[in-house]
Ligand binder design. Structure first.
Ligand code: GAL
Length: 681
């Protein structure tokens, strides 16, 4: 059960005044350095304002050099040193990367790819989430760690494994096959029910025994889509089950220490259904690395915003991001001045109460030696270290924000894992659809209009919002269709797009015309989808250009208005965007094509109709992102400069906690700068 972070001890200074603060720190890997360096490390941590570090994430081989032979002396020393310096520890269970002796003895823990290749050691995370042998060894380590450090005063939180599923989410081994069958048995009860759900009358796939069922390994042609979807669900659940197993040991031995694990809400594979994991941890943590390109900052904001949605509005822990370049993109560019601080504070703006980096000291050897850190290769006499130290001070000054919650926006974007997984399966009308990109483009359009929008999940309460945009909401089970209908009849404004409402939870098409489950609500009917060829675009009546997709729409309901139509292409003269008004004042809008970065004018029209407006002065819209946090002491406006020029914001009317402002309430944002203004409620 998630609890309020402000009740967690790691948000409070280790000694003295116990009022909440924002935490600050990094992954700390002292085992990569001689002992002499550790003393300098803690001194520099104090200088930088570090309050917490994640320790022992990849330490298994060092802690257990041979089966059952333990070496804790070095970790004891580091834990003591940190505690003596007033620094808390988010202690890892150290299970993320199994040691060579374990693999030598038990090669059956190694994952297997779709094509049957073994994933060998040499990197990290070479373990099967479903391996009973791996689990037994890992849980033995967890128990030993928990027992050894249960009373250590530095222990503030447990960090289960690391980025579960980052490299091993999809495992097609025999262990996975066994566990998949068990999972299917629990879901369907009988083979017949599975046959129905998987539509196995198609291509002679009817199963007569559970033993015949396999993970979707390399097949001659398109594997069964529902089998693929269920394998994705199963793979997420298998890792979640593993998370629970570690967590249960920790809770038994140290019931008072909160447990977390670092999610990768927008990174990695998309394979973990995090909304469904959030209840398993005591607080949500997330890792984020900036995607290079024009939407990089928007994507960061989207990720932080969604993490807050997944955390159910509770403050969360930014467990990793980078001070500058990473080492795993095709080209790893350094951050420009201002970006380090801006990126960190944008996470705080969206509800992070702790900011941590990968990693404390940049490695001299190993695969991540070119990855930036808080202390770079150049040492503390460096711009990076000076900037992280200044950020430490800024976060100290932001202590009043700790424990505050984000103020709910009036609009939301619904991001749904089931639709993400299913809309991008093979053998579809187009292979070019990118679910996340479509959602991000809507988010960018909100940012350009200067209108706040929350990123929410299918579990969220829709009724808190005047407008809900649900792009490519492909999987719509009956219950979700009912909820969306109730939302609109209750006065809500729903916007959805092409390829929405098409299938149920078994990936079976809702018959009778598209958009299937949403057809009646939208008041339209589509007989045929008409995706566009690569490079093809069409013009709409409102002057915009669209790509990827079109639909042949017939308006059915008399309360549907055509907001714009196609003027070129095969659908010329037919509706492109429709809007049905409902008796209670709500509406249901359908956007049948992809407007990408040209969504602004349409979104602006839709928001106007719902009377949702920007809270920013007109000049700042698009140039500044606003995020708002609130607690009993007031409201905190986070103003983030999205441009490379300074921006002046008059009339913010509050006390400037971060940034430059004058008595008249005018705030000046440096290029890529951030201001935080404290206003009365
Ligand atoms: C994360 C991982 C860290 C480090 C980092 C580099 O995925 O958890 O251990 O590898 O990436 O960006």
């Amino acid at each position: 059960m998630m609890t309020s972070l402000s009740s967690h001890r790691w948000l409070r200074p280790a000694a003295g005044d116990r009022t909440p603060r924002l935490s600050y720190g990094a992954d700390y890997n002292p085992e990569q350095w001689p002992r002499e360096v550790w003393k300098e490390d803690v001194r520099l941590m104090q200088e930088a304002g570090v309050t917490i570090v994640s320790l022992a994430i990849f330490s298994w081989a060092r802690l257990e050099p041979a089966e059952g032979r333990w070496d804790f002396a070095w970790l004891d020393e580091v834990m003591d040193l940190l505690h003596d310096s007033g620094i808390d520890v988010d202690l890892a269970t150290a299970t993320a990367s199994p040691p060579p002796w374990l693999v030598e003895r038990h090669p059956e823990i190694l994952p297997v790819t779709r094509t049957g290749e073994t994933v060998w050691p040499g990197g990290r995370q070479h373990w099967r989430p479903t391996s009973p042998v791996f689990r037994a060894h890992a849980l033995r380590l967890v128990e030993t760690m928990a027992t050894r450090y249960r009373d250590h005063p530095a222990l503030a939180a447990w960090h289960v494994s690391n980025e579960l599923g980052c490299h091993n989410v999809y495992d097609y081994s025999d262990d996975a096959a066994h566990a998949f069958r068990d999972w299917l048995r629990a879901r369907y009860g009988t083979v017949d029910a599975l046959n129905d759900a998987w539509a196995t009358t198609f291509w002679s796939q009817i199963y007569s025994d559970w033993q015949q069922i396999l993970p979707p390994r390399l097949a001659a042609t398109h594997p069964n889509p529902t089998q693929q979807l269920d394998f994705k669900r199963f793979s997420s659940d298998a890792l979640k089950d593993y998370l629970r197993a570690e967590r249960d040991v920790l809770r038994r031995v140290t019931p008072d220490i909160p447990v977390t694990t670092n999610f990768m809400v927008m990174g990695g594979t998309g394979g973990m259904n995090y909304p469904d994991w959030a209840d398993e941890v005591d607080f949500v943590s997330n890792d984020h690395y900036v995607t290079p390109g024009p939407q990089g900052l928007d994507e960061l904001s989207f990720s932080a915003n969604l993490t807050s949605g997944i955390a159910g509005g509770h403050p969360w822990f930014l467990m990793e991001h980078s001070t500058s370049a990473v080492n795993w993109q095709p080209v790893n560019q350094a951050k420009r001045p201002g970006e380090l601080t801006r990126d960190s504070l944008l996470h705080v703006a969206h509800g992070a109460d702790a900011v941590a980096f990968f990693q404390w000291r940049q490695s001299a050897g190993g695969a991540e030696k070119y990855h930036s850190a808080m202390v770079p290769h150049a040492g503390p006499d460096s711009d990076i270290f000076r900037t992280v130290s200044a950020l430490g001070q800024t976060l100290t000054g932001l202590a009043p924000v700790a424990g505050s919650v984000r103020r709910t926006a009036r609009a939301a974007i619904l991001f749904d894992w089931e639709s993400w997984w299913t809309s991008e399966l093979d053998s579809h009308p187009t292979s070019r659809l990118r679910y996340h990109q479509e959602a991000l483009d809507w988010y960018s359009a909100f940012l350009e209009l200067g209108v706040r929008a929350d990123v929410i999940t299918a579990r969220s309460d829709l009724t808190r919002y005047d407008v809900v945009v649900a792009p490519v909401l492909h999987v719509v089970p009956k219950a979700l269709a009912d909820r969306l209908t109730a939302y609109c009849t209750g006065g809500g404004h729903l916007v959805t797009t092409y390829f929405s409402g098409i299938v149920d939870e078994n990936d079976h098409v809702w018959l009778g015309g598209y958009p299937g489950a949403l057809r009646d609500l939208l008041g339209i009917r589509i007989e045929e989808m008409a995706p566009l060829a690569d490079g093809e675009s069409v013009m709409l009546g409102d002057g915009s250009t669209a790509t990827l997709w079109t639909d042949r729409i017939t308006v059915v309901d008399p309360d549907v208005t055509v907001l714009t139509d196609y003027v070129t292409g095969d659908q010329a003269g037919r509706p492109a965007v429709t809007r049905r008004t409902l008796p209670g004042g709500g509406s249901a809008t359908y956007v049948s094509t992809r407007l990408g970065r040209h969504l602004g004018p349409l979104l602006s029209r839709l928001l106007e109709a719902a009377d949702v407006r920007s809270e920013l002065p007109p000049d700042a819209r698009g140039r500044v992102e606003l995020a708002v946090r609130v607690n009993d002491a007031g409201v905190y406006w986070f103003l983030v400069n999205r441009t490379d020029q300074s921006v002046v914001l008059p009339g913010t009317g509050g006390r400037v906690l971060v940034g430059r402002g004058d008595d008249a309430g005018t705030v000046t944002l440096a290029p890529r700068g951030v201001a935080v203004v404290h206003r009365d409620r």
